[in-house]
Design a protein. Structure first.
Ligand SMILES: Nc1nc2c(c(=O)[nH]1)N[C@H]1C(S)=C(S)[C@@H](COP(=O)(O)OP(=O)(O)OC[C@H]3O[C@@H](n4cnc5c(=O)[nH]c(N)nc54)[C@H](O)[C@@H]3O)O[C@H]1N2
Ligand SMILES: Nc1nc2c(c(=O)[nH]1)N[C@H]1C(S)=C(S)[C@@H](COP(=O)(O)OP(=O)(O)OC[C@H]3O[C@@H](n4cnc5c(=O)[nH]c(N)nc54)[C@H](O)[C@@H]3O)O[C@H]1N2
Ligand code: SF4
Ligand SMILES: [Mo]
Length: 692
C-alpha cells in the first residue's frame, strides 16, 4: 500500500470471536506494518478501550511464525513446520482440489466436510466456505460449539436473539453479570459497568463458580456450583413471588403466566436451592430481594453458564427473572445475551450461497468432530465416512470435545486434510496441504456485533503479508478447480459486500465504510419488547415449546428452573471441572504470541486449599485429572475462590503445553446437549490425584 514516510491511523474492526467487536484505530507505519492499536473513541460502545491482547496486535500480525507460503506435508502428521515443504500457490490449490475430487469420486460429495468456525467473525471471510460447501453438496455443518445452547435457552422464552442495548447500563441501578467474565472475555462491558457505578452508584453482582477478575470487582459474588444456575433462578423467583416483588400486571399482559407456574415456583425455596447450589440461604434471599426491589436491573447473561447439558434450561430460567419483576418496562432494566438477531435484514444469500443450499444433504454436528472422524455410525447416518476435510478459521485438534478421538481421527491415513491458517496450529500440523491466510488487517469484510448494536464495514489497512491469501480468494480459486460456478466466486470480496448491501436495501457500502458502521439500536419500546415478545402470541414463555427447538427438545423440562440433567458428581468422579477462557488468549488465538503466553504461563488446575490439603498437593505441584474420556496432567494452583468440589482450568492452551501432550478437552464429553446440540465445556465430573 503506498505510504509516505509518516505513520497514519487507519480504521477497522476487531475480527476475533468476541462479543465486543471493537472499532479499532490502527497506526500504520511507513514500512507498511501496523503499530499501535487503539479502540475508537468515536464508537459509543468501544469508547476508546480494547483488551490488552489486541493492543499488542502487531505482535500477532507480524509474528515471525506467520505462515507466508503454501506448504505440502512430506513428513509425519502432527510434527509441525519441519514436516512441510514450500510449494507454489498453483501447486497447492491443484493438490487441494485433486485430493477433494478424489475423495468425492470414491465416496460421493458427502465424504468431504468443510469445517469452519469464527476465527474471524467477518461475514464474507467466515461464511464464504458455506457457498463452496453448498455448491458442491459437501456434508453440511451444524455449528453448535459456541452458541447452540445459549441461543436455544434465550430464544425459548424471549423469541429472538436480541435484548437490551448495552449502553443502557448507564441508566441501571443493578447489573448482574451471570455466567460471564467480561474482564477477560469482553472488556468493554466493564467500561459501561464502571460508568453506571460512578454516575449512579449502581451495584454489580456476579454469578460464577469461581472468583474471576469480574467477580473480584463485584459488590456481591454468588459463587455457586457449576450447572446449578437453574435452581438459583427458580429460588429467586420463589422469593419474588412470596414477598410480593413480582409485577402481576406485567406478567398477565406480557407472558404465559398461570397458576401452574405459581404453584411450581412455590416449591423452589431458598433452602432447597442452597442445598443444590452450595450458596447460603441468606445469599439467595438477599440477592433475590435486591433484584426484586430494583426496577432498573440489567441482567448481562454470558455464555459460560450454558456450556452444560442443562445449559439451555439454565439460560431460560434466568430470562424468567425480568419477566417476573417486569424490569423490561424501565430504562436500564431487562436482559442482554446477544444482539446478533438484530442484523437479520442483511441478505446473506450471496455470501453463504443460500441459493444453492440443499437441505437434503447430510448435516454433521461440529462439536462431534471426534466421534465423526472415528466413524460413529449415529453421526454419519447412512452416509459415507469423512475422508476429506477443508478447514478455515478453526483449530479443532485443540478446541473440540473428546480430544483423544479428534486426535485419533486426524491421524487416519485415509483422511485428506487441507487447512487454511495464519499459523502452524496443531490442526494445520495434521494437514496434507496448508494454505497461508491473511488477517483482517489484510482483507475486506463486514462484522455484526453480538455484545452491542453496530454493524461494521472495513477494508484492508495493509497489504497481505508474504504470500497470504484471504478465505474469499482461496474459496474462489478452489471453486474453479472443483468445477463449480456461482456468481460469488467471480467477484472480489468487496464486490460481494457491495452487492449484499444493495440487495439488503442498505446505503452504499463505500459510504458505510467511510462512516465505519451502522448503528442498529432499536427504539426503547422495541428493544424492551413493550410491543410484545417476538413469539407469534407476543408473550414471553415461562413454558417454552422445547420440542420444536431441536431433535433433543423432548428431553427438556416443561417448567422453568432446575434441570438435573448434567454430569453430576459421583463416587468415582467427585469433582466438577470448569474450563473457562483465559484472559490473554482468545480461544486458541494468541497462544502463539509471547506477550500472551508469558502472561498466562502454563495450564493450571485451580483447586481449593482444603482439597489441596486432602490430596497432599502444594501450590505448583502436579496433579492428574481424569474421567471416562481421558486423563490430563498439569500443575495445581491452590486458590480459595471456589467451592471445594469445583476445579477450574483456564483455557484453551495448546495440547503440547500440557505435560503429556494432551490438553484439557480430552476430558470434555462430545455428548450433544438438548434441545439442539452444543458443547458442554463446563460440565465435567472428574477425579483428581496427586502426580509425580
Ligand atoms: N480473553 C478471552 N476472551 C474471549 C474468549 C477467550 O477464550 N479468551 N473467548 C471468546 C468466545 S468464543 C466466547 S463464546 C466468549 C465467552 O465469554 P463468556 O460469556 O464470558 O463465557 P465463558 O467464557 O464460557 O465463561 C464465562 C464464565 O462462566 C463461568 N461459568 C462456567 N460454568 C458456569 C455455571 O455453571 N454457572 C455460572 N453462573 N457460571 C459458569 C466461568 O467460570 C467463566 O468465568 O468469550 C470470547 N472472548
Ligand atoms: N476447554 C474449552 N474449550 C473451548 C472453549 C472453552 O471455553 N473451553 N470455548 C469454545 C468456544 S466458545 C469456541 S467459539 C471455540 C473456538 O474455537 P476456534 O474457532 O478453533 O478458535 P479461534 O482461536 O477463535 O480461531 C481458530 C483459528 O482461526 C484462525 N483464523 C483467524 N482468522 C482467520 C482467517 O481470516 N482465515 C483463516 N483461514 N483462518 C483464520 C486463527 O489463526 C485460529 O488459529 O472453542 C471452544 N473450545
Ligand atoms: S475486547 Fe474483544 S473485540 Fe475488543 S479488541 Fe479485544 S478481542 Fe477484539
Ligand atoms: Mo465462542
Amino acid at each position: 500500500m503506498p505510504l509516505d514516510n509518516k505513520a497514519v491511523i487507519r480504521q477497522t474492526a476487531c475480527p476475533h470471536d468476541c462479543p465486543s467487536v471493537c472499532a479499532l484505530d490502527v497506526e500504520v507505519l511507513p514500512d507498511g506494518k501496523i503499530g499501535k492499536v487503539k479502540g475508537a473513541k468515536s464508537n459509543s460502545y468501544t469508547l476508546g478501550v480494547v483488551c490488552a491482547k489486541v493492543a499488542r496486535y502487531s505482535e500477532r500480525v507480524h509474528h515471525p511464525d506467520r505462515l507466508l507460503k503454501p506448504l505440502r506435508r512430506v513428513g509425519e502428521k502432527g510434527v509441525g513446520i519441519s514436516a512441510f515443504e514450500e510449494i507454489s500457490w498453483d501447486e497447492a490449490l491443484d493438490a487441494a482440489a485433486d485430493g477433494l475430487l478424489k475423495a468425492e469420486e470414491k465416496y460421493g460429495a458427502e465424504t468431504v466436510w468443510p469445517h469452519f468456525f469464527a476465527g474471524t467473525m467477518g461475514w464474507v471471510q467466515r461464511d464464504g466456505i458455506e457457498r463452496l460447501r453448498h455448491a458442491k453438496k459437501y456434508s453440511r455443518q451444524h455449528s453448535s460449539i459456541c452458541t447452540a445452547l445459549p441461543d436455544a435457552g434465550w430464544n425459548a422464552g424471549i423469541g429472538d436473539k436480541r435484548g437490551l442495548d448495552p449502553r443502557e447500563m448507564a441508566s441501571s441501578d443493578l447489573i448482574v453479570m451471570w455466567g460471564g467474565n467480561p474482564v477477560a472475555t469482553q472488556v468493554n462491558v466493564m467500561t459501561h459497568i464502571a460508568k453506571a457505578r460512578k454516575e449512579r452508584g449502581a451495584k454489580l453482582v456476579v454469578v460464577d463458580p469461581y472468583r474471576t477478575g469480574t467477580a473480584e470487582a463485584a459488590d456481591i459474588h454468588l459463587q455457586l456450583k457449576p450447572g446449578t444456575d437453574g435452581a438459583l433462578a427458580a429460588a429467586i423467583g420463589h422469593v419474588l413471588l412470596r414477598d410480593g416483588l413480582c409485577d402481576l400486571g406485567y406478567l398477565s399482559r406480557y407472558t404465559d403466566w398461570d397458576g401452574e407456574l405459581e404453584e411450581h415456583y412455590s416449591t423452589c425455596s431458598s433452602v432447597w436451592a442452597a442445598e443444590i447450589t452450595g450458596l447460603s440461604v441468606d445469599e439467595i434471599e438477599s440477592f433475590a430481594k435486591l433484584y426484586g426491589q430494583t426496577k432498573r436491573s440489567f441482567l448481562r447473561l454470558g455464555y459460560g453458564f450454558t456450556r452444560s447439558r442443562n445449559g439451555a434450561a439454565n439460560m431460560q430460567a434466568a430470562t424468567c427473572l425480568p419477566a417476573l419483576t417486569g424490569a423490561w418496562q424501565y430504562e436500564g432494566g431487562g436482559a442482554l445475551y446477544s444482539n446478533t438477531g438484530m442484523y437479520s435484514n442483511i441478505d446473506k444469500t450471496l455470501i453463504a450461497g443460500l441459493d444453492v443450499l440443499d437441505k437434503s444433504v447430510r448435516l454433521l454436528d461440529q462439536s462431534r468432530i471426534g466421534p465423526i472422524l472415528t466413524g460413529d455410525k449415529q453421526d454419519l447416518g447412512d452416509g459415507p465416512p469423512i475422508t476429506a476435510l477443508f478447514i478455515q478459521n478453526t483449530n479443532p485438534v485443540v478446541v473440540s470435545p473428546e480430544s483423544n478421538k479428534v486426535h485419533e481421527g486426524f491421524m487416519r491415513d485415509d483422511l485428506f486434510v487441507v487447512v487454511h491458517e495464519q499459523f502452524m496450529t496443531e490442526t494445520a500440523a495434521m494437514a496434507d496441504i496448508v494454505l497461508p491466510a491473511t488477517t483482517s488487517m489484510e482483507h475486506d469484510d463486514i462484522y455484526s456485533s453480538g455484545g452491542h448494536t453496530h454493524f461494521h464495514v472495513t477494508q484492508k489497512i495493509i497489504d497481505p503479508i508474504g504470500g497470504c491469501r484471504s478465505n474469499h480468494d482461496v474459496n474462489s480459486a478452489l471453486a474453479k478447480r472443483l468445477g463449480v460456478e456461482h456468481q460469488g466466486f467471480d467477484m472480489s470480496a468487496w464486490q460481494v459486500i457491495e452487492e449484499t448491501f444493495k440487495r439488503s436495501g442498505l446505503k452504499d457500502a463505500n459510504q458505510v465504510c467511510e462512516d465505519r458502521w451502522i448503528d442498529y439500536a432499536l427504539p426503547f419500546e422495541e428493544a424492551h419488547f413493550l410491543n410484545g415478545f417476538p413469539h407469534p402470541d407476543g408473550r414471553f414463555r415461562f413454558k417454552p415449546d422445547w420440542p420444536s427447538m431441536g431433535p433433543l427438545g423432548h428431553k427438556m423440562p416443561r417448567l422453568p428452573g432446575y434441570f438435573d440433567y448434567y454430569d453430576q458428581k459421583s463416587e468415582r468422579h467427585p469433582y466438577r471441572l470448569v474450563t473457562a477462557p483465559a484472559r490473554q488468549f482468545l480461544n486458541t488465538s494468541f497462544t502463539e504470541t509471547k506477550g500472551s503466553m508469558s502472561r498466562e504461563g502454563r495450564p493450571q488446575a485451580k483447586i481449593h486449599p482444603d482439597l489441596a490439603a486432602d490430596l497432599g498437593v502444594g501450590d505448583g505441584e502436579m496433579v492428574v485429572l481424569g474421567n471416562d474420556q481421558g486423563q490430563v496432567r498439569l500443575h495445581a494452583e491452590v486458590f480459595s475462590g471456589l467451592q471445594k468440589d469445583t476445579i477450574v482450568v483456564e483455557s484453551i492452551f495448546p495440547n503440547h503445553k500440557f505435560i503429556d501432550g494432551m490438553g484439557i478437552n480430552a476430558l470434555i464429553s462430545a455428548e450433544a446437549a438438548p434441545p439442539n446440540g452444543g458443547a458442554v465445556f463446563h460440565d465435567t465430573a472428574v477425579w483428581i490425584k496427586k502426580s509425580n
